[in-house]
Design a protein around this ligand. Structure first.
Ligand code: CP
Ligand code: NVA
Length: 299
């Protein structure tokens, strides 16, 4: 049984196929008569609603379930919640605090599990990011993507996805907040090129795209002050964007904090593609669900 807990759960050719399927606006209703359980331990605007609509477009029924309602490891174990939901639903998506929770759900082996964001990864976001870049560039491979800011879940999944598509990724973060050696090894295992630096100018120089995310992720409230202080020099400003290629685009997974990780004139300016990126969450989710429920079952 296949799951999507992180980007490299897909082979590069499968990722390419998912992106192709994402481009089919009126797909076969492969989920007719089936449902997808969507469990959220944290808030969401894009992930919840893009997944709900993707399931509807495939003819299925999405069910939004709060973490508090099913009480994973409180009312009953993560494993028993998973077994229960798999009695009714074809697939289970979960947004969790601890990445081990989605690993435990997948280990049950009762239904395909999608990671809808954990502290470690956000593969559904990376799929939409790559779809956006593919639309922008016409093809993926040979470009340079600069990520400036916190080396977090979004950054990690994007780095793996970029490696799988032949895109060089440069990550600029303050000391202690960058991607780790383990991440670099995982990118290298995919044949990717990852540059890690503490200098935003170095990362952005000539880049085809510039990406950032919030400085304080959900669940990190207790370290918010120290992270904000460390990340102040890593805001994406107009001056920084001028160092990128003239045709460069700006991406952000959202929600954004204007005046913190990105200046308003950048995210609301002509280089920004953040709303196409947000829309692409739905198309990418539809492609992934379609692949997981049809082709992945046969492979
Ligand atoms: N980008 C993203 O995952 O947004 P939400 O937290 O609103 O789902
Ligand atoms: N890194 C952010 C992404 C939100 C979509 C978080 O985990 O809160």
């Amino acid at each position: 049984m296949r799951h999507l807990l992180e980007m490299d759960d897909l082979r590069p050719e499968e990722l390419a196929r998912v992106l192709d399927l994402a481009g089919i606006a009126s797909p076969e209703r492969v989920l007719a008569g089936s449902g997808v359980a969507l469990v959220f331990e944290k808030p969401s605007a894009r992930t919840r609603h893009s997944l709900e609509m993707a399931v509807v477009q495939l003819g299925g029924h999405p069910s939004y379930i709060t973490g508090a309602e099913v009480g994973m490891d409180q009312r009953e174990s993560v494993e028993d919640v998973t077994r229960t939901l798999s009695c009714y639903y074809a697939m289970i998506g979960a947004r969790v605090f601890d990445h081990q929770t989605v690993q435990r759900m997948a280990a049950v082996g009762a239904a395909p599990v999608l990671n809808l964001l954990s502290n470690r990864s956000h593969p559904m976001q990376a799929l939409a990011d790559l779809l956006t870049l593919k639309q922008e560039w016409g093809h993926l491979g040979g470009q340079t993507l600069a990520y400036v800011g916190d080396g977090n879940n979004v950054c990690r999944s994007l780095a793996l996805g970029a490696a799988m598509c032949g895109i060089e990724m440069r990550v600029a973060s303050p000391a202690g907040y960058g991607l780790g050696d383990e991440d670099a090894a995982r990118v290298a295992a995919l044949g990717g090129k990852l540059v890690r630096t503490e200098d935003p100018d170095e990362a952005v120089a000539g880049a085809d795209a510039v990406y950032t995310d919030v400085w304080v992720s959900m669940g990190e409230e207790q370290v918010a002050e120290q992270k904000r202080a460390a990340l102040i020099p890593f805001g994406v400003t107009s001056a920084l964007m001028k160092r990128a290629a003239t045709h460069s685009v700006f991406l952000h997974c959202l929600p954004a904090h204007r005046g913190e990780e990105v200046a308003a004139e950048v995210i609301d300016g002509t280089h920004s593609r953040v709303w196409r990126q947000a829309e692409n969450r739905m198309h990418a989710a539809r492609g992934l669900l379609c692949w997981l429920w049809t082709e992945a079952k046969q492979s």
